[in-house]
Design a protein around this ligand. Structure first.
Ligand SMILES: Cc1cc2nc3c(=O)[nH]c(=O)nc-3n(C[C@H](O)[C@H](O)[C@H](O)COP(=O)(O)OP(=O)(O)OC[C@H]3O[C@@H](n4cnc5c(N)ncnc54)[C@H](O)[C@@H]3O)c2cc1C
Length: 355
């Protein structure tokens, strides 16, 4: 096993970084988590956690998966509809006794369930990583406020626009998937009921989904195909409201629900992924989660794959003789899996209409 005296730094307190920190602290490592925001980033909308994601959480910490089950809806029905509202296909989902369900949950509830399990003194907020150096014996992280951290292993869980990735594979460009997506959360007691996930399949340049996330709330996502203007290239968020002529392509009930959402509960962004990376570590610095393999949301594998990374890396650190062996074993195991997620998620995006 890698020495428990090893000091491990994790950059990014999103769902991937926090879960890995919990697992490593449970194993006895000295972990510091660095987050650039002044407080936990509990913003965001609804998330579909597929069964593999619930399994990855349950294997590492059953309390977290139970909290998530308590705060969301198990998926009961996937329904695919056309733009007139007609049902194309309806798939009821049933579970064996003791089988972990796929879950529909608010991102805030997920992050809170994770943060509840983390000793608060291991997170440093307002800690924005700006550069990395390493020697044969240590990795050094430099922060915007002039401070630095030095330790045995540095893990980049800093999301799609990763600063840590720049150190391992420089100049990775974000790949535009051809859509703008608006997502929102709205009170709803009649349109999309408990456990329901509706997809309005892509047509006439739009696509939408709706799912209930408990507490009488529905999450919606509305996608339009759109080229970016030159000034928008490289930006994560466009500064536009939903064009009414695009929203008018949805049936009345679906459109009305979106229109009844308070503006402060709507977020908007361009859809990006990244190409599969040739490697995810260099010396004592390694990537997990979106930093390593941001993907199109079509297969809903984003959060799940970050937790699978955490479970795998913590196991390799437990089972390997030293850090170098653990990182090599982690990369050998995970790279083919995450490449397949990235490739197939993008293929589905492109097949159903995104460029
Ligand atoms: C439209 C859309 C829908 C999605 N739907 C789903 C879904 O239904 N199911 C699903 O499983 N996944 C979904 N995803 C994907 C999922 O949200 C991500 O895969 C997941 O949140 C990634 O988690 P992460 O912790 O790796 O990265 P992030 O959540 O991005 O966290 C990175 C953290 O690092 C911090 N950070 C960044 N840079 C620095 C720095 N330099 N220094 C310090 N801190 C830094 C950030 O502030 C942030 O807190 C969706 C994504 C999108 C865009």
């Amino acid at each position: 096993m890698v020495s428990l005296n090893s000091r491990i730094g994790i950059i990014g307190a999103g769902t991937s970084g926090v879960y890995l920190a919990i697992l490593l602290i449970d194993q006895g490592f000295q972990v510091t988590l660095f987050e650039k925001s002044p407080q936990p980033r509990t913003d965001g909308c609804g998330i579909l956690i597929v069964q593999a994601g619930m399994k990855a959480l349950h294997q590492g910490n059953p309390e977290i998966s139970q909290k998530i089950i308590n705060s969301g809806d198990p998926v009961k029905l996937f329904e695919f509809r056309n733009l007139r509202g007609g049902v194309i296909n309806s798939e009821p989902i049933t579970y064996e006794e003791n089988e972990l369900p796929g879950m529909l949950v608010h991102r805030k509830a997920i992050l809170e369930a994770l943060l509840d399990e983390l000793p608060p003194d291991c997170i440093r907020f307002n800690a924005e990583l700006v550069s990395i150096a390493q020697t044969e014996h240590s990795a050094i992280a430099h922060f915007k406020d002039g401070s630095h951290w030095e330790g045995d292993l540095l893990i980049g869980a800093d999301g799609i626009v990763s600063q840590v990735r720049q150190f391992i594979v420089p100049d990775v460009e974000l790949f535009y998937l051809g859509d703008i997506v608006w997502r929102g959360i709205v009170e709803d007691h009649s349109f999309c009921l408990e456990g329901n996930f509706f997809v309005y399949v892509r047509g006439r340049g739009i696509y939408a989904n709706f799912f209930h996330i408990s507490g009488g709330r529905t999450h919606w996502g509305f996608f339009i195909e759109k080229d970016r203007a030159d000034f928008e290239v490289g930006k994560l968020q466009p500064n536009v409201t939903i064009p009414p002529q695009e929203l008018a392509k949805l049936p009345d009930d679906a459109r009305n629900l979106i229109q009844s959402t308070h503006l402060e509960n709507i977020v908007c962004r361009f859809s990006y992924d990244i190409d599969p990376l040739p490697k995810i570590y260099d010396g004592r610095v390694i990537l997990i989660g979106d930093a390593a393999h941001a993907k199109s949301p079509t297969r809903a594998r984003g959060m799940t794959s970050g937790w699978e990374d955490g479970l795998s890396l913590s196991q390799h650190l437990r089972e390997s003789a030293n850090i170098a062996e653990a990182l090599e074993n982690f990369q050998t195991e995970r790279l083919p899996i995450v490449h397949e997620y990235q490739r197939t998620s993008r293929q589905i995006s492109q097949r159903i209409g995104r460029r």
